[in-house]
Design a binder for this molecule. Structure first.
Ligand code: SAM
Length: 245
């Protein structure tokens, strides 16, 4: 049995090095803030970040909104709180949480890729919808869709901090294109004071066509607008989803 989701559990201490520092998420957060301001039909004061992880997006969003973060991993939530002590964080499953309050805006970022079957995918949007005020906006950006998936793509990223050198090698592979899943395999080369340790991780992720995204968001009740976000060579579809008044 391959180990899974270690980046959010026993290897979560590597999270601050994964994908760069919180400031490097600023450009995407600015994009999200601008879309929320453009499409919201209400004043936006509060935002719920679903699957907030270590709180890097929260770090950039909190300058504009009163932010609450939700995540399944207590270890990631602890990091998010350390980075953003002034914000509220709650433990919950994005498919089934119930907070007894709603928000003016919702961000559902890369955590949605962990919804690896149609039932979980639909439940996550229903839960988000239930926590959004009428006229409010949810922004969600698929990392991967059937249309932009690159079979066997391997990316390498290295980072250094306090005597720790880490190389992350990430490979994506879809072994059965007739289902709605693909695999992400990560190899971690961790050198602490020069001593090498090698760890592995394996995630089963969800992959859907853009038409499935459109259909599920529509059936959930959202009115959606499609925008683009460019990061280096890559371009992503951004769904801006308004909850009707
Ligand atoms: C890549 S991280 C998110 C990082 C985040 N965008 C940030 O700004 O730091 C993905 C997160 O999704 C969370 N996650 C996965 N499945 C979840 C679920 N069912 N409910 C809530 N969170 C979940 C993981 O615990 C992980 O922290």
């Amino acid at each position: 049995m391959q180990e899974t989701n270690r980046l959010y559990t026993d290897l979560a201490w590597l999270w601050p090095l994964w994908g760069g520092a919180a400031a490097e998420y600023a450009d995407y957060s600015e994009h999200v803030i601008a879309l929320i301001r453009q499409y919201s039909e209400r004043e936006v004061r509060t935002l719920l970040d679903i699957g907030c992880g270590g709180g890097k997006n929260v770090y950039n969003l909190k300058r504009s909104f009163n932010v609450t973060g939700l995540d399944l991993s207590p270890t990631m939530l602890a990091q998010a709180k350390e980075l953003n002590p002034e914000c509220t964080f709650v433990h919950g499953d994005m498919r089934s949480f119930s907070l007894n309050r709603s928000f003016d805006a919702v961000l559902m970022d890369d955590a949605i890729a962990h919804m690896n079957n149609r039932v979980d995918f639909e439940e996550a949007f229903r839960a988000a919808y239930a926590h959004l005020n009428p006229g409010g906006v949810m922004v969600v950006t698929p990392d991967v869709t059937v249309e932009n998936f690159q079979q066997n793509k391997t990316t390498t990223f290295s980072a250094t901090k306090d005597g720790l050198d880490v190389v992350f090698i990430e490979n994506v592979y879809d072994s059965d294109t007739s289902d709605e899943q693909y695999e992400t395999t990560i190899l971690y080369l961790i050198r602490e004071q020069g001593s090498l340790r090698i760890e592995t991780d394996h995630w089963v992720m969800g992959i859907f066509t853009l038409d499935t995204w459109r259909q599920v968001l529509h059936e959930t009740g959202f009115q959606t607008h499609e925008k683009q976000y460019r990061l280096g060579e890559d371009e992503y579809t951004v769904f801006v989803c308004v909850k009707p008044q």
